[in-house]
Ligand binder design. Structure first.
Ligand SMILES: *Cc1c(COP(=O)(O)O)cnc(C)c1O
Length: 374
């Protein structure tokens, strides 16, 4: 036996630390419908309108500089975000998607023995980030597929260090009013970091909604995260940002990779955030289609959770019926999101798509329910 092989026998294989093997790896929304000529991907809440043309141009203009390391602080992007939102760029951190920022928050504030609270149908990344940090996930029940502040507060113990709250939430599309966010924050011990995930906040124009930007600037324990993957149409570039107290931004900067955001992403993001007309156009598209899709799918006899984001959760009578509907839709190139991993085996999530995709999906659901064969 060689020395190396001998060594292998004596010592056990490398073992990940506690929590890692408890993670169910994130399974992204599908993107393929085998054998179908034209595919509509309505499974990952991407925008059907694409990015701002200025963002695309800025991305292409970055091509000659691929050999150079980017600015590790993403200063140009932080300044652009700061100018649009009225924030001191020092209070902003950028990440490779807001997923990275959620993971950095967990890495900096959670460890073994700590608890992290999120809600029953909360975004799956919260559980993954918590377990990856070696901490304990604590799940607060929801009411009517909506976060319940009293249930969240009932989960808070002396071990709680972080609360993740998507508002509105994915995959449910529901939200809680800002008054409820404030009530939650006021009841928390000062050493609990409240992370408000505003991945869809640009879509909301409701008087009782607020993503918590001012709160994150005023109090010492609120971090707000945002993404370029949804309304800004830059999911492929992996780009997000967060704003919060200086001491929290400092902690996240210490644990992030030194060049966590790429040069082309910095350039494209700075152009995207400044293109307010493109954002307005996207909001108008969603404002037109979200109620229409909800109404038409309900008229077919299916339950639709009331959504304020760019997607809807559609419920079928059971998991078998959902699976049959899913297969029927895929046979027509319409890819919706399975949400069994969220404990919602009877439901499919449909992203608001182009007019063509929306019309085809409603028609396909109608055909499926009236017994058509795929
Ligand atoms: C899509 C999404 C994100 C972020 O995605 P990134 O592409 O990593 O920025 C974060 N939170 C929620 C709730 C989402 O749905």
């Amino acid at each position: 036996m060689s020395a190396l092989a001998h060594n292998h026998v004596i010592h056990a294989a490398p073992t990940p630390r506690a929590g890692v093997l408890a993670i169910d790896a994130y399974v992204p929304g599908r993107s393929e419908a085998p054998g179908v000529a034209k595919v509509f991907k309505l499974s990952s809440n991407e925008t059907s309108l694409g990015p701002s043309p200025h963002a695309r141009a800025a991305y292409l203009e970055a091509a000659p500089y691929l050999a150079d390391y980017p600015d590790g602080s993403a200063r140009v992007l932080r300044e652009a975000i700061g100018a649009v939102h009225g924030i001191d760029p020092e209070r902003i951190i950028c990440g490779a998607g807001s997923d990275e920022l959620l993971a950095l928050a967990a890495k900096a504030y959670l460890g073994p023995g700590d608890e992290c609270v999120f809600t029953q149908y909360g975004f799956l990344v919260y559980r993954i980030a918590t377990l990856a940090a070696g901490a304990t996930p604590v799940v607060a029940a929801e009411r009517g597929y909506t976060a319940d502040v009293d249930a969240i507060l009932a989960c808070v113990t002396p071990r709680t260090r972080v609360i993740f709250l998507a508002n509105p939430n994915n995959p449910t599309g529901t939200y809680i009013p800002y008054s409820e966010v404030l009530r939650l924050h006021r009841a928390l011990p000062g050493n609990v970091l409240l992370v408000l995930d505003g991945a869809y906040s640009e879509y909301l124009r409701l008087p009782d909604y607020d993503p918590g930007l001012d709160l994150s600037l005023e109090v010492p324990n609120v971090l707000m995260t945002r993404t370029f993957s949804k309304i800004h149409g830059l999911a492929a570039l992996r780009l997000g940002w967060a704003v919060g107290p200086a001491h929290v931004i400092d902690a996240l900067n210490r644990v992030r990779g030194p060049f966590n955001v790429s040069g082309p992403a910095i350039a494209a993001g700075a152009a995207a955030v400044a293109d307010l007309a493109h954002v307005e156009h996207s909001v108008a598209h969603n404002d037109h289609w979200l109620p229409k899709i909800t109404e038409k799918v309900r008229a077919l006899g299916l339950e639709v959770t009331p959504s304020v984001a760019n997607f809807v959760l559609i419920h079928f009578e059971d998991a078998a019926r959902r699976a049959a509907a899913d297969a029927f839709l895929v046979s027509r190139g319409l890819i919706l999101r399975q949400v069994g991993a969220y404990g919602l085996p009877n439901a499919l999530r449909m992203t608001v798509g182009s007019e063509e995709a929306n019309v085809l999906t409603i028609q396909a659901l109608s055909d499926f329910l009236s017994g058509a064969k795929a």
